[in-house]
Design a binder for this molecule. Sequence first.
Ligand code: OGA
Ligand code: MN
Length: 308
Amino acid sequence: MSDALESRILRAAATTADPNELPEFPENKSDLPSDFEYDPNEEEEVEEVEEVEEIDENELLKYLDEQENPLYIAQRLFYKEVNTTASQATCPTWKLECLGCKAIEDLYGHGWTTVDGLIDLSVLKGAREEAQEMAKEGAFTRASDLAHSEDPFRDHTARDDWITWLDPNGSKNSPNLQKVLDFFNGPLHHDLSRMIRLRGKTEYQLAEYKPENGARYERHRDAFPTDDPEDTQQRRVTAIMYLNPGWTQRDGGELKIFGRSEGNGMTDAADRTVAPMLGRLVIFLSGVVDHAVLPSNMERFALTAWMR
Ligand code: OGA
Ligand code: MN
């Protein structure tokens, strides 16, 4: 965690009226949030077991949000303001490969956007079949079990998805999944890194929600908001490509985006849902947008890239 983020947390605690409500500052800061730690090139660290009174991640986010709208914090990671008419006029000079200027403006002004049709449907259908094949072969692990082994304090009831990490430079990816990874790694990362300060390290996760039991993922955020360009801990952008052909409302499993009222016309007070349809890409600022996966009644696949 960066110094800037740490000092914001401490300031948040210091300005709280009721001292009984102060969160205990976590001693092992790198544990927060624990599921950001994956690095395919890193040796697994043996963690010392510490007696830490764990503070609830959502509580901590609430304190930070009270200090400053996380959207404004994340906007400072953009190279320029993109929601002014003057900046919009410069759109042709942004030299984007796959995203439109409107998508960038939404990401800046609201913290999230969706784009359809960026990848060939036959590739996406192939990627889904490959994902199903991997599930059959037992490549997925229950995410809540992983969270438990990595962090015994974490709430393990929050998510029902099964996951596997992918390496875009690995040799054993199936061909269509590789094409989706190449899209994330290539044009999408190119466009986002032209607009947002990114340090380049990206994690790729394939997630499966099994069809039987209304699998869901409770409201959460993917990172703490930061404007520190040097920070390497916090995810900056979440991009999710859905792999669910023939999705209908009865299938459920929508992504719910929680609104935030700010009263200045920038942020959006209304909650929204995004249907996880084949080929739909949702992009959001990881430290900004609270989201959840609503109960799913189908086998639901999504490929996520977290960029930093
Ligand atoms: C996540 C997540 C949303 C989705 O894995 O952190 O929020 O729509 N996924 O799959
Ligand atoms: Mn998430």
